[in-house]
Design a protein around this ligand. Structure first.
Ligand SMILES: [Fe+2]
Length: 484
């Protein structure tokens, strides 16, 4: 006899948040508006959290839950949709037990007694990555899970042929689609509450070309980082793990409102002894838009919170800090200056999150950014920011409806920066189903050039990636840059 499945009556699992728990294959999504661009061929992969079984707890958070990968496959001006669970160790163990075995977010001390502490709690729920011909689902506290790019069947956990020696790999890797290098890292790289960072650079063939290990100032969270041609930027915001508190069943991270921010500039192809450290005011951020270098200056553009960006992680005294808005902000680090401070400049006065770019311009001078802009009524829209002029253009799908993170796709391998499409999953909240919108990235406010209807809900996706058609055979992106 196993327990009946019953989710708790909490806001997280109500309305749009109701666990979807459904795997689908839909051949030929219905086109309800416009026309699918003829040259748009390839696949959009997105990953998010769903819930396989109720945990029996009322303190679940939206970033937890088993990974669900979604594929929108563009071919011959039709789009197929497939979604599948990422079959992690956690997923398989729960499937066998027919119930939840894992407790509070990342807290292995709250798991079912049948689960050994050495079992990874990784869910593969945060993003999709394509590199050297392989597709992966990623979550920052585990190694990548390789996924079949056609069927989304889980192939298995991967340490990249033994090349990743850390216990985990970031869910915000940077795959440079021009050089085809993969840059990624692990934090708490030797296990829970360790201070180690392992930074990796892989060549286009998937072979490791550089690896740097160093320590952060405290056992913190490093959700994202940014790259330039010479330097890689690691911000350490004061979101920390106290292992004793975790062992008592507490939150895995605590926000320290009295602690400063530390930033490490790591030489992309150098060594740990060449790392440069900077220090700034208390703040947090989850997501970086881009970084660039100009002479001795390195600029980091990020969605910056003057407070706690993860307000479901309390302070050490248990306090839930007030929600603060994220503003697109530029931090400038001057490597020739003799102090360790940096400059902070707000770039946009409208709160925005889930920043993206034309990814061919990651780490390079750029002028186009994309993000989610939230309305006062709970709705949201897709924003296009021109970094040169400061102009913001927004497309909103409709009252009460919301958008998920946009994915830029170049119009052609050599089109100019920002000339292409934005693929945007849309939550038709009141209609309890999803759409996929294809926007002209240079004219988002005109609305979709194509709108595809799903008869199901894409409950939540965090991040994703685009794989162009030819990359399925070559394993490479092969995009070209035009001179800026
Ligand atoms: Fe993220």
């Amino acid at each position: 006899m196993v327990e009946p499945v019953k989710f708790p009556e909490v806001e997280l699992y109500e309305g749009w948040g109701e666990p979807m728990r459904t795997e689908c294959t839909i051949r030929g999504l219905e086109l309800i508006e416009g026309e699918i661009p003829a040259d748009l061929e390839g696949a959009l992969y997105k990953v998010g959290a769903d819930r396989q079984y109720p945990s029996g707890r009322t303190d679940d958070i939206f970033i937890d839950g088993e990974g669900m990968m979604h594929m929108f496959r563009f071919k011959d001006q039709q789009v197929d949709y497939v979604n599948r669970w990422v079959q992690t160790t956690r997923y398989e163990m729960q499937k066998d037990a027919k119930r939840s075995l894992f407790g509070r977010y990342r807290n292995r001390y709250t798991n079912d007694p049948s689960v050994d502490h050495s079992v990874s709690m990784g869910t593969g729920n945060t993003t999709a990555m394509f590199h050297a011909g392989h597709l992966y689902a990623l979550k920052e506290d585990d190694l990548p899970y390789e996924i079949d790019p056609e069927t989304l069947a889980t192939i298995g956990k991967s340490d990249m042929d033994g090349q990743i020696g850390s216990v985990s790999f970031t869910a915000h890797p940077k795959v440079d689609p021009v050089t085809d290098e993969l840059l990624g890292f692990s934090y708490q790289a030797k296990g829970d509450a360790t201070k180690d960072i392992a930074f990796y650079v892989f060549g286009p063939d998937g072979k490791l070309v550089n690896e740097i290990w160093f320590e952060m100032p405290y056992p913190g969270m490093v959700h994202d980082f940014a790259i330039t041609d010479e330097w890689v930027i690691f911000p350490f915001f004061p979101m920390m793990t106290d292992l004793d508190h975790v062992k008592e069943g507490g939150a895995y991270y605590e926000y320290h409102p009295d602690k400063p921010t530390h930033v490490a500039l790591v030489p992309r192809y150098g060594k740990a002894e060449d790392i440069r450290w900077f220090k700034g005011p208390n703040a947090t951020a989850g997501h970086m838009m881009n970084a660039t270098r100009e002479g001795s200056k390195v600029m980091l553009d990020l969605c910056y919170y003057d407070g706690n960006c993860f307000d479901f992680f309390p302070t050490p005294s248990g306090e839930i800090t007030p929600e603060v808005p994220p503003f697109l902000t530029r931090l400038t680090f001057d490597l020739e200056r003799n102090d360790d401070s940096y400059e902070i400049e707000r770039l946009l006065n409208v709160p925005c999150e889930m920043p993206r770019t034309d990814d061919r311009y990651q780490g390079r001078p750029y002028k186009h950014g994309y993000c989610i802009v939230r309305g006062m009524d709970g709705s949201s829209g897709t924003g296009h920011i021109n970094l040169e002029t400061g102009e913001l253009h927004v497309w909103k799908p409709g009252p009460g409806d919301t958008v998920q993170e946009a994915q830029f796709v170049p119009r052609s391998p050599d089109s100019a920066e920002g000339d292409g499409w934005l693929l945007v999953p849309v939550c038709r909240v009141s209609r309890v189903r999803s759409d996929l919108a294809v926007l002209d990235a240079q004219n988002v406010e005109a609305g979709p050039v194509a709108l595809l209807k799903l008869p199901v809900r894409v409950r939540a996706t965090f991040h994703g990636t685009w794989v162009p058609e030819e990359a399925f055979t070559t394993g490479r992106y092969n995009f070209k840059l035009q001179a800026v």
